[in-house]
Design a protein around this ligand. Structure first.
Ligand code: URA
Length: 433
């Protein structure tokens, strides 16, 4: 409800955007702040978010909207650290465990990596849920604990405090239930308000495209990447974006403990080739943006230096890096229906199956199963034989198998042997300042 003391009227602002108008700086500053204070009602912001989704915002409006969201909260300050800072943000995908090997890898080169992460909702997993499968590991750190860990170990992956861009926390929850997540201006301002408020010096964005991503279309992914790179650059953050493939899951696992296990394999110098390639590509970009264009992250994975940093990072947050990871009590296999070449393994279908098995949550307060998820035995391009296992499903609640298998009914495409499967590159494009 708008009070008579307020400088603007929410209905006028909604009508301006509904009629494809441009919002003024003052309108944006007011509506974002008034919504956070509870003066603009949820139904009014819901209507404005839908008008923005349908009619867009121009570059100046997006920049102002981002600044207004930052202004609702605190800003972090890493200037007391003795190291430069670099951060990575992924727009989210299936099997996207890259933060786990990447943060310690980049920290190995003396760069501080503050990864303020979230929990999973829907079919995409959350980094904190994955790490919480390590016995003893703790996601919540105070600002002082975080700074001390950045100065000591160099890498920290922890829960974002509620003080950063509180407007986004409220607006994101509203968008989630009003069909207004998939708006480029709203996604870009949501992500960048948190990253700019966090105060990192350099930022590398991993913008996913494909069935398992928000952006299904390459041109939309490019526009989202360009919008975020411009927002970061204008705010003084050295920002680049890689556009990467999310038509099929990353690596061979989707699920919390399963993904930690695979990340540890990568840190041990092994692991699936696509996970290694993307980890190294993002590390190169972060190190270059932090002033080390000639650093060789692949060597630090191969010789165990990154693993040493991982061990210290996990132990600093109470985790036991040597403890056995939890496993699910029940497994079931999905078999290849025909001989041939695996041409497709759909990311969204695998994400939904992992979610239904218990790896993800439907509501924010739901628990997740540490051991649940999908383990894949073949990637697109591989030859498969009818009846051999393509996937193993893991869960503690076997009544979930049927619904998970339903999600996977159309996930697999097998072409006759001799047909060429179109397997594209993992890094599709790079968008710089
Ligand atoms: N991640 C965010 O933080 N915000 C969005 O709007 C989408 C993905």
């Amino acid at each position: 409800m708008t009070t008579t003391h307020e400088a603007h009227d929410a209905v006028d602002i909604i009508a301006t955007k509904r009629d494809k108008g441009v919002l003024s700086d003052q309108q944006i500053d007011w509506v974002v702040d008034a919504y956070t204070r509870g003066v603009v009602a949820e139904e009014q912001m819901s209507s404005l978010a839908m008008a923005i989704l349908l009619n867009g915002m121009n570059r100046a409006e997006i920049a102002r909207w981002t600044a207004a969201m930052i202004a609702t909260g605190e800003r972090m300050d890493f200037s007391t650290l003795s190291r430069p800072t670099a951060d990575k943000h992924s727009t989210g995908g299936v099997g996207d465990k890259i933060t786990l090997p990447l943060a310690p890898l980049v920290a190995t080169f003396g760069v501080a990596v503050p990864q303020l992460s979230g929990r999973g909702l829907g079919h995409t997993g959350g980094t904190l849920d994955k790490l919480e499968s390590i016995p003893g590991w703790r996601a919540a750190l105070s600002n002082d604990e975080m700074l001390a860990q950045l100065d000591g170990v160099g890498a920290v992956i922890c829960q974002a405090g509620s003080g950063l861009a509180p407007a986004d926390r409220k607006l994101y929850a509203l968008r989630d239930v009003t069909g207004t997540v998939e708006s480029i201006p709203l996604i870009a301002s949501s992500i960048m308000s948190k990253k700019i408020a966090e105060g990192t010096g350099a930022l590398v964005l991993d913008v996913k495209v494909g069935s398992g991503a928000f952006m299904k279309d390459l041109e939309d992914a490019r526009e989202l990447a360009r919008t975020m790179v411009d927002l970061g650059t204008d705010a003084g953050v050295r920002t680049v974006a890689l556009i990467t493939d999310m038509s099929t899951p990353l690596g061979l696992t989707a699920g919390n403990a399963l993904e930690v296990r695979e990340s540890v394999e990568v840190l041990a110098g092994g692991g699936p080739q696509d996970v290694v390639e993307l980890t190294v590509a993002l590390a190169r970009e972060m190190l270059a943006a932090a002033g080390q264009p000639d650093a060789d992250p692949a060597a630090a994975l191969a010789d165990g230096r990154a693993m040493d940093t991982w061990t210290r990072m996990i132990a600093a947050q109470g985790g036991d890096p040597d403890a056995a990871l939890p496993t699910a009590t029940h497994t079931e296999q999905v078999l290849a229906p025909a001989d041939g070449v695996l041409a497709g393994l759909d990311a969204l279908a695998v994400g939904i199956a992992a979610w239904r098995l218990g790896a993800g949550r439907a509501r924010r307060e739901d628990p997740v199963q540490a051991g649940a998820g999908v383990e894949m035995h073949a990637k697109p391009g591989a030859l498969v034989r009818a009846g051999e296992p393509l996937m193993t499903l893991h869960t503690d609640t076997p009544e979930r198998f049927d619904r998970a298998k339903e999600a996977l009914e159309h996930a697999v495409t097998i072409l006759p042997e001799g047909d060429r499967a179109a397997v594209g590159p993992i890094v599709i494009d790079r968008i710089g300042a």
